[in-house]
Design a binder for this molecule. Structure first.
Ligand code: ATP
Ligand code: MG
Length: 217
C-alpha cells in the first residue's frame, strides 16, 4: 500500500519545499522506500533540488489542478511513498486538488505573529477536505525555523494545540544555517558533513518518524 504525504501552507516561505525534499530523501535513501516527489510549486525548486542530488530522487512537476487530481492516485500505484510539495500563494484550487488525494497533510509554520494568524486560513481548506472525505486527509502541524528559548517559540507551541482538525507534532525544527545552505550546495543535511548537519539530521529524523507514526494509526 502506498502513502501520499503533502506539505501544504498557502503562506509563502514556511518551509514546504525544504521539508518535502528532506522527507523524500529520507524515505528514498535512509528508509530505502520507492519514493516520488511531486513538485506542485510553480517555482520548481524542489524538483531542481532533488534532480541535482546524488543519488537523484525521482520527481515529477505537476502544477495544473486537474492533472494533480487525476495523476496523484495513478502515480501512487507505482511508488511506496509520494511526497507532494504544495504551492504557495493564491493557488487554492491546486491545494484543494492535492487535499482531495492525499492521506496525510503536513503544515509547516514559522513562529511569527503573522504566520500564526494566516495558518488558520491554510487549515480551513484542510478542514473542508476532511468534511468531504469523512476525516481524510489526516492533518499535522509543526514549527519550523524556531529559535531556542524565544517567546515566539513558546507562543507558537501553545498556538499549535489550538488549531482545529490537525495534530500538533512534538518535534520542532530549529532555524539552522546548515538547512538553508543545503540547496545551494546541491545537498541535503544527510549528504553534508560536520556537527551542525548531524544535529539537524537528528531533528529531521525525529520529525519524520513522528510523521510515519501517524500513518500507521
Ligand atoms: N529550518 C530551517 N532553518 C533555516 N532555514 C530554513 C529552514 N526551513 C526553511 N528555511 C529557509 O527558508 C526559506 C523558505 O523555505 P522553503 O522554500 O522551504 O519554503 P516554502 O514554504 O516552500 O516557500 P514557498 O511558499 O515560496 O514555496 C528558504 O530560504 C529555506 O532555505
Ligand atoms: Mg516551496
Amino acid at each position: 500500500m502506498s502513502h501520499i504525504i503533502a506539505l501544504a501552507n498557502q503562506k509563502g516561505g514556511t518551509g514546504k519545499t525544504t521539508t518535502a525534499v528532506h522527507l523524500a530523501y529520507y524515505l528514498a535513501v535512509q528508509k530505502k522506500q520507492t519514493t516520488l516527489l511531486i513538485d506542485a510549486d510553480s517555482q520548481n525548486s524542489s524538483s531542481q533540488w532533488l534532480y541535482n542530488l546524488t543519488p537523484s530522487i525521482p520527481t515529477q512537476v505537476i502544477s495544473d489542478k486537474e492533472q494533480l487530481f487525476e495523476e496523484i492516485p495513478q502515480l501512487a500505484q507505482k511508488y511506496e511513498y509520494i511526497v507532494v510539495d504544495g504551492p504557495a500563494g493564491r493557488l487554492e484550487d491546486e491545494t484543494k486538488a492535492i487535499l482531495a488525494r492525499v492521506d496525510l497533510v503536513i503544515v509547516p509554520i514559522q513562529p511569527k505573529v503573522l504566520d500564526l494568524s494566516s495558518t488558520l486560513k491554510a487549515v480551513l481548506l484542510i478542514n473542508q477536505a476532511q468534511e468531504m472525505r469523512q476525516g481524510s486527509p489526516l492533518g499535522a502541524i509543526f514549527i519550523n525555523r524556531a529559535k531556542s528559548g524565544t517567546r515566539l517559540k513558546e507562543e507558537a507551541t501553545r498556538f499549535l494545540k489550538t488549531v482545529p482538525g490537525v495534530l500538533a507534532l512534538k518535534t520542532v525544527i530549529h532555524d539552522r544555517e546548515v538547512i538553508s545552505d543545503a540547496p545551494g550546495q546541491n545537498a541535503t543535511i544527510w549528504t553534508m558533513t560536520g556537527k551542525p548537519a548531524i544535529t539537524a539530521r537528528a531533528e529531521y529524523a525525529q520529525l519524520f518518524e513522528e510523521i510515519f507514526g501517524l500513518l500507521n494509526t
